[in-house]
Ligand binder design. Structure first.
Ligand code: IPD
Length: 276
């Protein structure tokens, strides 16, 4: 099995690099932009092209495997998550960044077996950063091992979150009140960042650049590959309530350690969203 996982890992890194060339080439060019659930939920021709390329390549190599992909899902394909080896793919995480040429974009490829993540690849082709993890063997960026921060005091944390794509006043209100609660005294975190890519936010936590990231409204393809990278870097992935993570529940809290996650979860509200 060890050898098989290595084969899956190598195939994922290989196709992430190929897809990265396509993203890199398209990054500075004119883009053909479309919207999905609302006017701030964007998709480009490149997202669709890359998802198709990744799925086709992996399916040729591993014909019995299953696939969950962001653009296949938005084209109406329901995400079915079984015990079968399942590739979970986000062709471009940070599509809004991609559209605006803000360099935080990533190709995410994760592999779950028996619903447990075994492999996670998050590649930022603009910055040439390849984040990788295999269960039980640590997390790496460009081959160098990475570790989460050891800060345990919330008031000393650099926190990452996102605005998300909904502009529904009720949802924006929850996002803003969470931000406000963390910013103001008595919690008063060091600062808050919004980078525009759930997966790269999690890689920031895995690299120890930030102490924690939370968001409600993400999808399984935004967090599956990056989740194992956080865990292999010594961190934790949970539901923002502090309960165990449910990959399809559209909510994430990633932190350098459990102590920090437990502190912040007391202050976070989330809106319930339809599952993936
Ligand atoms: C989005 C990004 C963004 C997050 C959204 C995601 P996409 O993914 O990760 O940071 O706020 O919730 O949907 O659509 O660019 O793959």
């Amino acid at each position: 099995a060890e050898q098989e996982i290595q084969e899956y890992f190598d195939a994922a890194v290989d196709i992430a690099r190929k897809a990265g060339h396509v993203v890199f080439e398209a990054f500075h060019k004119e883009k053909n932009i479309d919207t999905k659930s609302c006017g701030t939920d964007l998709v480009t021709e490149t997202d669709k092209y890359i998802e198709e390329l990744i799925i086709r390549t992996l399916r040729e190599k591993f014909p019995s495997h299953s696939f969950i992909g962001e653009e296949s899902a938005s084209a109406g394909k329901k995400s079915v998550f079984t015990n079968n080896p399942t590739w979970i793919i986000d062709p471009i995480d940070g599509t809004t960044n991609f559209v605006h040429r803000y360099p935080m974009v990533a190709i995410c490829i994760g592999l779950a077996i028996n619903k447990q993540m075994e492999v996670g690849i998050v590649f930022n082709p603009i910055k040439d950063q390849m984040f990788t993890a295999r269960r039980g063997t640590g997390a790496f960026c460009n081959g160098k091992q990475i570790h989460c921060s050891s800060v345990t005091d919330l008031s000393k944390a650099l926190v990452i979150t996102e605005l998300g794509s909904s502009r529904d006043p009720e949802i924006v209100n929850v996002v803003m009140s969470n931000l406000r609660r963390l910013a103001e005294k008595p919690i008063a975190v060091h600062s808050i960042r919004l980078q525009g890519s759930a997966a790269l936010n999690m890689c920031s936590v895995a690299s120890g650049e930030a102490e924690l990231y939370y968001e409600c409204g993400i999808h399984v393809w935004d967090i599956a590959a990056a989740g194992i990278i956080v865990e292999e870097a010594g961190g934790v992935t949970l539901d923002p309530s502090g309960k165990p993570l449910d990959l399809l529940a559209r909510r994430i809290l990633a932190a350098g350690n459990k102590e920090l996650a437990d502190q912040v979860s007391q202050y976070l509200d989330c809106i319930d969203l339809p599952r993936d």
